[in-house]
Each structure stands twice: as C-alpha cells, then as structure tokens.
Design a protein around this ligand. Structure first.
Ligand code: PLP
Length: 394
C-alpha cells in the first residue's frame, strides 16, 4: 500500500535513532555509554510521585479531563509563570498537552497553511523542522555566526511574504545558548513589525549555570505579546520526561483552536500525569535547584575535558544552560579523516562505544551533541574513550 507522501518526507528523529542503536548494542552486551539522550537521569521528585499515587487511590485519575487540561493545572501553570516571570496569563490562554513536543506539533497544525514558512535559527531541535513539514509548512534555516547567534539583519534576509513564525529556543538544545534580554527584545519587535509569531520554547529555563542570567520572553518590557507564544513543560525542570506533560500559553485564538484540534486527537493528557504536574508546578521547588546544581557540577568538570580532545572546540565558550555540549569538530574531522560528523559519530559509537549525535540532525554539520544527563563517572569514561579514539586515528 502506498503511504501518504507527507509521512514519506519525514525523517526519523536522529537523536532517537542513535539512542535506539546504542540500546540495541547494550542489550547485545556491549558496554556503550550513551550521550545521545535528551532526558535528565534523575528520578522524579518524591512529592510529585506521591501526588500521582494519591490521584489514583482517591479515584480522580480514572476519568477523562477537559481537553485543554484540568482547570487546577492550568491555574497552577499560570501561577508558576506569574511567580517566576511576573507575567499574568488567564488560564484560558493555556493549553496542556502530551509533552511540549505535542504542544509544538499542534501549534504548527493550527497556524500553518500549505507553503507557509517557519524560520529556524541553526542549530535547532530536530523535531521543529519535521513538525513544520507535517503541517504542510516549509522550514527555513537561518544561518548564525560562530557563536551561534543571529541578528534581525539575518532575519531580514530570510523573511518572505510566506513567513509565519520564528522558533526561539532559549536555553537552546543542542548548544546551551541563552539569548540576552536585548536580543530577545530586538527579535520580538522585529517579529511584531513583520506580523510573525515568535514561538518561545523555554523547556530548559530552569537549567542555567554559573551565574548566567535567563530572560524569558515574558519578562520583556514594551513588546507586543500578541506575537509571542510560549511552550514549556515538566520534562526537564522536574525530571518528568516519562509523564508527558507540556503546555502552550499565548494568544487566545491560537490556544482555543489548539484545544479544538486536541479534542479530536488525544482528548486529554493522562489524568494521573496532570495531577502529578499540579504538584510539580505548585509544590516544593527545592528539587529543581538540587538537580540544577548536579548538572552545573558536571558541566564544570566536563568543560576542560572536552577542550582537551584534539580538534574539539567551543567557540561560544562554556554554555550557559540546558544539559548538552555541542562542540565544533571540524578540525577533529580533518585530523581523523572522517568526511562528516555523521560518519564520525557512527564510528565513535561502533568503535569507542559512546553514543553522540551528529550536528546534521540539528541543521549544523561539523558539530556533535554530547548530553551530560548521565552520571559523572560514566561521563568521564566516555570523554576518555572519545579522546583516545581521536588520538588513535590521527
Ligand atoms: N523542546 C526542546 C528544545 C527539547 O529538547 C525537547 C525535548 O527533548 C522538547 C521541546 C520536548 O519536551 P517534552 O515533549 O518532553 O515536553
């Protein structure tokens, strides 16, 4: 049977692919350290687990919830946002989804008509471009400078009459880059002038290190919030990737249509997960800081180690956020004779038994993404293996 031409154009998620191969090798008895993963290695905090258990035991979790999420959860999200960023959403401007990934998927379905373009500064998270294509849109890569930053002059070059949205991911996966207040203000003002929606993916907002400052788009003064839509969720901040709770918050007309679409797609995210998320957003927040400190300690130990691998460079310096390093490995490719980062990453997995993701998956060849959401001793071992691999091939 011929499958839809739309799905035939979609590539499997490169990060999931490398993780799957790594897992297969592990199952076959190979001692693989997988740095390809994009989820915290910490357990979900106990108070959150307990809220879920309670909702099962008291019977609340047995039933469908409203499509857009439990009213108490939408309230808890609005309150969290107000406490963290001083911005007030009415709960009706928030829709709860099966992870932030589903929020983005639904959003593109709601805003794009065939041929509409979405600007994606490189590097960008793998799923944006495929989700845009699934919504009949056209992903448009916006090249960035050596520090992986861009200006509104770059946006001018890639803007067309079909430009509908721009994805701004800060802190960024894969590089850990965090945009400054001045950059964000300029970008949102540019978007408003051009009637382009800024999709602010702030899923890594709680993971900021070494005194760096994170500014949410919600904290900007004198910008038009009708051109801003926020996506976020519990996965990274509360170590809840398996629970699948995310949300979108923004212009009412978009949020309402997302709810309508989801009513025919998933009906609602799992009720038990929603009860857990209420506790995540409104309960004790100390575990968020504990986990952040854990990641920060790893980053600080790994930073000199990564720079000691021949040909691995971080032109933008030590990343400010998220839990990935995204070195430029162009020189390492020259030294070792690999044609590109795909063949390099494949050889590192097969020969050095370390899973890393090639930059091609993020629209930026010549780089690799290495997650540090793994225990310190495995991380050190993995870095030693990669270093030995490069030195041996030189
Ligand atoms: N956005 C970015 C940049 C991510 O890296 C991820 C997960 O890896 C997501 C969104 C989606 O997270 P989730 O669907 O688990 O909420």
């Amino acid at each position: 049977m011929e499958l839809s031409r739309k799905v035939m154009r979609i590539q499997p998620s490169a990060t999931l692919k490398i993780s799957t191969t790594a897992k297969q090798m592990i199952a076959a008895g190979v001692d693989v350290i997988n740095l390809g993963i994009g989820e915290p290695d910490y357990q979900t905090p106990e108070n959150i687990k307990q809220a879920a258990i309670d909702s099962i035991q008291n019977g609340q979790a047995s039933f469908y919830t409203p499509t857009t999420g439990l009213p108490a959860l939408r309230r808890a999200i609005a309150d969290r946002i107000e406490a963290d960023h001083g911005y007030c959403f009415d709960p009706s401007q928030i829709v709860v989804t099966d992870g932030a990934k589903m929020a983005l998927f639904t959003l593109f379905q709601v805003i794009l008509n065939p041929g509409d373009e979405v600007l994606l500064p490189v590097p960008y998270w793998v799923s944006y471009s495929e989700q845009v294509k699934l919504a009949d849109g056209v992903p448009v890569e916006v090249p960035t400078n050596q520090q992986l930053r861009f200006t509104t002059a770059d946006l001018d070059r890639y803007y067309t009459k079909r430009t509908k949205a721009l994805v701004l991911n800060s802190p960024q996966n894969p590089s850990g880059l965090v945009y400054t207040r001045a950059e964000l203000t300029a970008i949102v003002n540019w978007a408003t002038e051009h009637d382009v929606l800024v999709i602010a993916d702030e899923i890594y907002e709680k993971l900021i290190y070494n005194g760096n400052e994170f500014t949410s788009v919600l904290e900007l003064d004198d910008v038009d919030m009708n051109h801003v839509l926020l996506t976020n969720g519990v996965s990274k901040a509360y170590s809840m990737t398996g629970w699948r709770i995310g949300y979108a918050a923004g212009p009412q007309a978009i949020i309402t249509k997302m709810g309508t679409l989801l009513g025919h797609a998933s009906s609602n995210p799992a009720a038990v997960s929603q009860y857990a998320a209420i506790e995540a957003f409104s309960g004790d927040q100390t575990s968020v800081e504990t986990m952040r400190q854990g990641f920060e300690a790893r980053l600080n130990e790994l930073y000199p180690l990564i720079l000691s691998i021949p040909g691995f460079k971080l032109p933008a310096g030590k990343p400010a956020g998220a839990f990935y390093l995204f070195p430029d490995v162009t020189e390492a490719l020259h030294l070792t004779g690999y044609a590109d980062s795909v063949t390099f990453a494949t050889a590192v997995l097969e020969e050095a038994h370390v899973g890393i993701v090639p930059g091609e998956a993020f629209g930026l060849p010549g780089h690799v993404r290495m997650s540090y959401a793994t225990d310190m001793s495995s991380l050190k071992k993995a870095y030693q293996r990669i270093k030995a691999f490069v030195e041996q091939k030189m």
